[in-house]
Design a protein. Structure first.
Length: 95
């Protein structure tokens, strides 16, 4: 794996992120790790499902966030084949 991608993934550890899946669902949680041994995947701790989509569409910008009334998942693993994007608004990529 390219060194820059590994550096970027390591820089996200411990930051709150939003992860969008191909089906349109959006999770939010703490970026824990991204194993790169076989296939890249993203592991989130304390993850909530923020938007559930069955049709692959994202919510409107002014839509109220969906938050299930359950405790957050201790950890979820999102394989690369389901991943669209990882958004980390407060992370920096500086050494």
């Amino acid at each position: 794996m390219h060194e820059r991608l590994i550096f970027a993934l390591q820089s996200l550890i411990g930051h709150n992120v939003r992860v969008q899946l191909k089906n349109g669902s959006v999770y939010t949680g703490v970026f824990h790790t991204a194993p790169v041994d076989r296939e890249v995947s993203v592991v989130l701790h304390m993850a909530y499902l923020m938007h559930e989509s069955k049709d692959g569409k994202l919510p409107a910008a002014d839509a109220k966030p969906f938050r299930a009334r359950v405790f957050p998942s201790k950890a979820i693993v999102i394989p690369a084949k389901d991943l669209v994007q990882v958004i980390a608004e407060e992370a920096t990529l500086r050494e």
